[in-house]
Write a protein of this length. Structure first.
Length: 114
């Protein structure tokens, strides 16, 4: 039970989306949507196969460890690919500038109605 709990905590940390960051442009390259799609496909092909022999606990542990390692490898491949495409992940979210308030133009003198 302790191993399962430790594995669950480690998996939660690896797959967590707690950091609210965003990708920011750092150079020339593809637009965000194109770069994201390209790098996602690139990262999916970065996996490795695994063959494990032993008792059930060893095989289960090796498979869980391989899955966590695969997630980390995939995240790094995507991040490196995005940097090569001109994008960098930043944990600091850029605050949007407030929209300018429209100013009603002043009219000189009286206006005539109807």
């Amino acid at each position: 039970m302790k191993r399962f709990t430790a594995t669950l905590i480690a998996f939660s940390i690896v797959t967590s989306t707690a950091s609210a960051g965003e990708w920011q442009r750092i150079g020339p390259g593809l637009g965000y949507e194109q770069a994201d799609a390209y790098c996602e496909l690139y990262a999916m092909n970065g996996g490795r196969g695994m063959v494990v022999f032993g008792d059930q606990n060893f095989v289960a542990g090796a498979m869980i460890g391989g899955a966590i390692g695969g997630l980390i490898r995939r995240a790094r491949l995507k991040s490196n690919c995005m940097v090569l495409q001109g994008w960098k992940y930043s944990n600091v979210v850029a605050k949007a500038k407030p929209a300018p308030v429209p100013v009603k133009p002043k009219t000189k003198g009286r206006t005539r109605k109807g």
